[in-house]
Design a binder for this molecule. Sequence first.
Ligand code: PEP
Ligand code: MN
Length: 344
Amino acid sequence: MIIILKANTTDAQAKEVLHEIETAGLQPLHMPGVERTVLGALGDERILDALNLEKYPQVEKVKPVLSKYKLVSREIYPQDTVIQLGNTPVGSQQFALMGGPCAIESEEQLLETAQYVKSAGATVLRGGAFKPRTSPYSFQGLGVDGLKIMEQVGKETGLDTITELMDIKDLDDVANHISAIQIGARNMQNYSLLKAVGETQKPILLKRGLSATIEELLLAAEYIVATGNPNVMICERGIRTFETATRNTLDLNAVAYIKEKSHLPVIVDPSHGTGVRNLVSPMAKAGVACGADGLIIECHRRPVESVSDAAQALSPTDFSELLQQLKPFIEASGRTFKPLSAAV
Ligand code: PEP
Ligand code: MN
């Protein structure tokens, strides 16, 4: 629930209410504002119902949080959250661009692709070291060696880095070598993994599950935030529908909906969202137009050689053309685009 305190409430009076919330075994939230302080109480609904905080003279109003997800909801935090992914702010006026191969294949492949990604204007390098492949006979990723390559390439290019974590056992390695952690679609509801990354302060890109509803996605984000890590970005990457012409159906409703309901940044992945190279650019533009805070796009120095997701990989030329074409869309959505080369 949300507890709005009267104007002129002192710190000590706010603490008195927070103390009662904590004593009842609930999680207290303290949100001092310019005009007035707002408090929150989260936890067991039966305990919440029994609390009678209106009895305090400093309490103006007590309101229930209607959505099932609380901490990620704008009901509790109305302002947009800005997450610092290395040097890249995500969720700010500055539009965030992440690009790179589906998988890290070798140092040369990642470095060459990273240089293209950087010269096109992206500031975050993506690439998987642990790959969740549908077939056990497909390339599974370079593992920890891939993380080391990515760290090295990140240092050489100045790009921030993001990679997928599939298993809790690799959390320390990923956290030590890479700027941000991706939780892939197939793990969106792996609650132990969500809690494990919730115990870090790393930026987390939480991808929507293949058949997950928006509410399930936001509740998955809630797990991470409730465990203690507020640095969550939500990623719309397409869902399974009856449609088979494209790999997935990019649900742009979700982008507009989540931006309205949640303060967390939203990133669109038009690569997995379509699975079709020629559709990446139009859907990237559409994602920007409907309010995404950033894009994550797969590209490869030589797409035909890509060991995974070759059909959706952009070539370096496609990637840099796309970013040129995106500029008016980014501007129209009231944001700026600051390439890394311009930032340093
Ligand atoms: C990926 O980013 O390469 C990936 C496997 O994504 P998703 O989890 O969305 O399928
Ligand atoms: Mn991929």
